[in-house]
Structures are given as C-alpha cells and as structure tokens.
Design a protein around this ligand. Structure first.
Ligand code: FAD
Ligand code: UQ1
Length: 412
C-alpha cells in the first residue's frame, strides 16, 4: 500500500496545475497524481479545430510530458474514494492512502443519452460533428467542408456544460465559413438551445442577439436535442416548456453538444452533493464535510461556469487555502467565482466574456469587451495555448486577477 502526503485525482487542467503547485510547496516525492489517459488535451482549442483553423494534433501532448518531473504518475483509473479511511482504490488494484486529497476528475460527456446517435465512425457519412471530444472534433470540420445546402443545426443540452459559449462559437464560425465559400445563401443556420437565454450574462447576451440578427441566424430557446434519425438526417428536439411535444428538423449538418454530468466516481461517494458534484466551499474550495479534501474545476459544485479560465483562478486560491490548512490556520483568500469564455464570433473576432458569482461582468481590460475584437481573437488563438502549457500547467498562472488590478489602476 502506497502513501502520499498529497494525492491528486485526475491529470487534466486542474490536476496538473495543482500537482505543480504542490510539488513546489512540499517536494515532488510527496505528491502523486492518478490519471488513466496517455494524452493530455488543451480542450479550448477544439473550437478552432472544428472550424479547420488548428490541427487536433496541436491540442494534445503526452501526459508523461505534463506531469511535473519527480511527481509520481499512477497510470490507472480511480475506482473508489473512501474519505473516511483516507484511501483511494484504482482499477489496477492499488490502494493508495493520503493525508490530503485534491479531486480534479472533470465531468462526464453523455453522448449515449441522445437516442439514435450513430457510432462515431459513421458520423462523417451522417454529417454529424461535435467539438466536445477528441474523437469527434474533426468530424465537425468534415461536416463543414461537405456542406452543400440546407440546415446547419447546433444543439445545447439540458444539463450544466463546460464552456457554455462553445456550442454557439462553432455556429458563428460555420456562418463565416459558408459565407467565405459562397454557400451561405442556400443555408439556414439554426441554434436550438435548452436554455431560456442565448447567454447567461446580459451584457454579452445583448451583443450576441445583435450578431445573430445581423447574420440571419435562427435561435430557438428551450429546445432540447433528444433523438437523431441519422438515415433521414433528422434531429428531434423536445420543447422544454411543453414536455412531450417534439419538433423535427432536417439537417445538412448537425453539431451536437452532449448532455454532461458529474464524474461517477464522485457521484458514488460521500464526497458528492445531491446532484453528484463534489461538495466544496465556494470561497475556499475545501470540502464541506472532509477538511483534508479539496476540489477544483469541472467536477465541483462551484456555482460558476466551468472553464479552464475558472480553473486558473481557482488554482491560486486553492494553493493558498492548502498553505493555511497545512499551518493549522483558517483559509482566508476567497474565490469570487471568476470565469471567462472567449466567444469566437468569426475567423478573426472574439467577444471576451468574463464574470463572477454575482453574474456581473468582471473584465480584465479597461475596454468594452462585449465588442467583437481581433485583439481578443489573437489572444484566444495564439496567446492562450502557450499560457496554458507553460503558465497554468506549471502552476505559474493563477488567472488574470493581478493584470486586471494593474489595468484598472487609477480608473474608477
Ligand atoms: P479536465 O481537464 O477535463 O480533466 C479531468 C481529468 O480527469 C481527465 O484527464 C480525465 O482523463 C481524468 N479522469 C476522469 N475520470 C477519471 C478516473 N476515474 N480516474 C482517473 N482519471 C480520471 N475553457 C476556457 O477557459 N476557455 C475556453 O475557450 C474553453 N473552450 C472550450 C471548448 C471546448 C470544445 C471544450 C470541450 C472545453 C472548453 N473549455 C474552455 C473548458 C475547459 O477545457 C475545461 O473547463 C477544463 O479543462 C476543466 O479542467 P478539469 O481539470 O476540471 O477537467
Ligand atoms: C484564462 O486564464 C484561461 O486559462 C489559461 C483560458 O483558457 C484557455 C481562457 O480562455 C481565458 C480567457 C483566460 C483568462 C485570461 C486573460 C488574460 C483574460
């Protein structure tokens, strides 16, 4: 039986960032991370992979290369967490005990909940794509290139999602692509979302409504994708305001954002809240029942939008919380819910949404970020990837808070 002072579950964005920070604090030999995947992916760039701007290869690096040198990599699946016994069991039969546990297991995609959705190998034939997984993101680009005429349909599920803007970013890129290739006149672009709004924050929603109007994009609120009849190229949506009532849309291209849910390992443990998400304090990220357990990222019940930008801000807070707990002091720094969603609106423009728990914009730059800007596109496409690989994953980038303070010096 192995023992570590700090055990990290999950080697995604939050898990690797925290492994790097814990190594710096406690030494590599005191830290282990459990991750089953051979590859680590920078998921935010998949938006541009689906639109043919970047390659899928550029989004991934071997997990071995992102685990901080000296930190132990347990290459297996977490099967069971027993927080009362401070142990974790893995699929390869290991039992690992810990003094402190950091849970960063992400969320689960549920493509299987959409009735009739074909096997991924057949998606190209059926003109289906999805930017949400490494197996399906290139299918989006195929569907775009194969588009002739008809409906391009984009879905948004009736569950929490990661990066709530991503389901519509690919729609704006599709609009731009079809205009560029002269096919827009014979295309209908339709956004069918389960939400009652286009975007959760009014300032950005207003800007996006203006864009869909100007670009002749149809938005149907409270429409939830429940079935795909691939042979007929039909997508069936349920009207959430009138359950049981469905509407069938023929499509020439379908972009699926799958239903998402909590990680089953958390859901099946006493670490979960009623919904199955990791139950943490929303200011300190310490578990609400087990003081030696902490959480970060998509797996938690933090009431903010799940993004890598949020993970960055959370990583600096959690670092500080753990420092305090190690010294037997009370955690003091407070997470404000910061999250960010670079809303790609064309091949050269981004609206940079940033906000906090209050639902109010919390913008880094002293300019109106609800305007489409090429500077922000450049940031998304060229600045963010190196910031991710060399800043966030190495434990150096804790979100733009300090930059925001400098940028707003002397202003209100
Ligand atoms: P993840 O990075 O998903 O990591 C979870 C890890 O846990 C994975 O490596 C997984 O293999 C591992 N795991 C799961 N179960 C087990 C188990 N039982 N045992 C062992 N390991 C396990 N964010 C932004 O900030 N800006 C954007 O523009 C943006 N765009 C996005 C666009 C798309 C299409 C997608 C899909 C995401 C986007 N995001 C964006 C969101 C961002 O990628 C995630 O919020 C972020 O990666 C969450 O980090 P995490 O550590 O919580 O989870
Ligand atoms: C961010 O910190 C981050 O994580 C590295 C992202 O994920 C890719 C983002 O998309 C954004 C926008 C931020 C916030 C950073 C700045 C400079 C506003």
């Amino acid at each position: 039986k192995e023992h570590y002072k700090v055990l990290v579950l999950g080697g995604g964005t939050g898990g690797i960032a925290m492994s790097a920070r814990m190594k710096r604090k406690l030494g590599a030999e005191n830290v282990a991370v459990v991750e089953t995947s051979e590859m680590h992916y920078y998921q935010p760039i998949w938006t541009l992979v689906g639109a043919g701007v970047k390659s899928v290869a550029s989004s991934g690096r071997p997990t071995a290369s992102v685990i901080p040198p000296g930190v132990k990599w347990v290459k297996s699946n977490v099967r069971e967490i027993d927080p009362d016994a401070n142990t974790v069991r893995t699929d390869n039969g290991m039992e690992i005990s810990y003094q402190y546990l950091i849970v960063a297991l992400g969320l689960q995609l549920h493509y299987e909940k959409i009735k009739g959705l074909p096997e991924i190998d057949d998606w190209e034939e059926f003109k289906i794509g999805s930017n949400y997984s490494v197996q399906t993101v290139e299918k989006t680009w195929s569907a775009l290139q194969n588009f002739k005429e008809g409906n391009a349909i984009f879905s948004f599920p009736n569950t929490p999602v990661k990066c709530a803007g991503a389901p519509q970013k690919i729609m704006y890129l599709t609009d731009a692509y079809l205009r560029k290739t002269g096919k827009r006149a014979t295309a209908n672009i339709v956004y069918n979302t389960s939400l009652p709004v286009l975007f959760g924050i009014k300032k950005y929603a207003d800007a996006l409504w203006e864009i869909v109007k100007n670009r002749d994009i149809q938005v149907n609120l409270r429409h939830n994708l429940v079935e795909v009849r691939a042979n007929k190229q039909e997508a069936v949506f349920e009207n959430l305001d009138n359950p049981g009532e469905t509407e069938v849309f023929e499509y020439e291209m379908l972009h699926v954002t799958p239903p998402m849910g909590p990680n089953p390992v958390i859901k099946g443990s006493s670490l979960a809240d009623e919904g199955g998400w990791l139950d943490v304090n929303k200011e300190t990220l310490q578990h609400n029942k087990y003081p030696n357990v902490f959480g970060i990222g998509d797996c938690t019940n933090l009431p903010t939008v799940k993004t890598a930008a949020a993970v960055a801000a959370q990583s600096s807070i959690l670092d500080r919380t753990i420092s305090k707990v190690l010294k037997n002091e009370k955690p003091d720094t407070k997470y404000d819910g910061y999250t960010s969603c670079p809303l790609v609106t064309s091949y050269s423009k981004v609206i940079l949404a940033e906000f906090d728990y209050s639902g109010q914009p919390l913008e880094t730059f002293p300019i109106d970020q609800s305007k489409e800007r090429w500077t922000m596109y450049h940031m998304k496409a060229d600045v963010m990837p190196p910031l991710y690989w060399h800043g966030l994953l190495k434990g150096f980038w804790g979100g733009p808070g300090p930059i925001r303070k400098i940028m707003h010096l002397g202003m209100k």
